[in-house]
Design a protein around this ligand. Structure first.
Ligand SMILES: Nc1ncnc2c1ncn2[C@@H]1O[C@H](COP(=O)(O)OP(=O)(O)OP(=O)(O)O)[C@@H](O)[C@H]1O
Length: 202
């Protein structure tokens, strides 16, 4: 199945105030779209609008999938880690996967394996408040290895990560796109992943 997101004349804002001039772009299966802009430019607001959490001020967001499916399954990984501080990384991920309709059966052994691969084996069962900021971000990004939505909306995915975790995450994002996912991510830095398209909000 092929996907195409077509964004046309899209203005996003808060309290009816537009944050950036109208944007137009398309994203197809396998595309990695970088949304770039300074702090406060509206990158997170645009991602939340694409996720359907906020209404656009004007313009259109159209997903073309097939006649029976108006929009593909998508996942938003927000800038703030949505983790309970009292639950462990394993418990947090199991809960997040259970809440997502795409997850199917939650395989705890797979969660533990993924956390080990991300260098978090010793911390997998500790309360999350005992982890550093970068370790918490790794837990959040473990979803990239555990869930399978067709569209990923990633807000500053590699912020707070060290060089090896950035490389590991960038490789995974490229792998997901290679398997046909659509990746849309934000950054305020010059750093790019293997982008195929770029949308500048400045
Ligand atoms: N929940 C909210 N209610 C009202 N205004 C908000 C809210 N969240 C963000 N804003 C405002 O919208 C503007 C854009 O914020 P947004 O978080 O989209 O920017 P950003 O480009 O993602 O910034 P950053 O790089 O700092 O994360 C800012 O001026 C901010 O104050």
């Amino acid at each position: 199945m092929t996907y195409r997101l077509a964004v046309s004349g899209l203005r996003c804002g808060r309290d009816e105030r537009a944050l950036f001039p109208p944007v137009d772009f398309v994203a197809d299966d396998g595309d990695i779209v970088r949304i770039v802009g300074d702090n406060g430019a509206g990158k997170s607001t645009l991602l939340r609008t694409l996720a359907g959490l906020l209404s656009p001020l004007s313009g259109t967001i159209n997903w073309r999938v097939d006649e029976n499916e108006p929009a593909p399954p998508l996942a938003l990984i927000a800038h703030e880690n949505a983790l309970s501080q009292v639950l462990s990384p394993v418990e947090n991920l199991a809960l997040l996967l259970r809440l997502s309709r795409q997850a199917g059966r939650v395989d705890e052994a797979k969660i533990v394996d993924t956390l080990e691969r991300l260098g978090l084996d010793r911390l997998a069962h500790q309360p999350t408040h005992t982890l550093s900021a970068g370790q918490k971000r790794r837990v959040t990004l473990a979803r990239l290895w555990l869930a399978a939505p067709k569209v990923w909306l990633l807000d500053e995915p590699v912020a707070a990560l060290d060089k090896s975790a950035r490389t590991h995450t960038a490789e995974r994002i490229a792998q997901l796109a290679g398997a046909g996912a659509v990746i849309i991510y934000t950054t305020h830095e010059g750093m790019a992943l293997c982008d195929t398209r770029c949308v500048a909000l400045d």
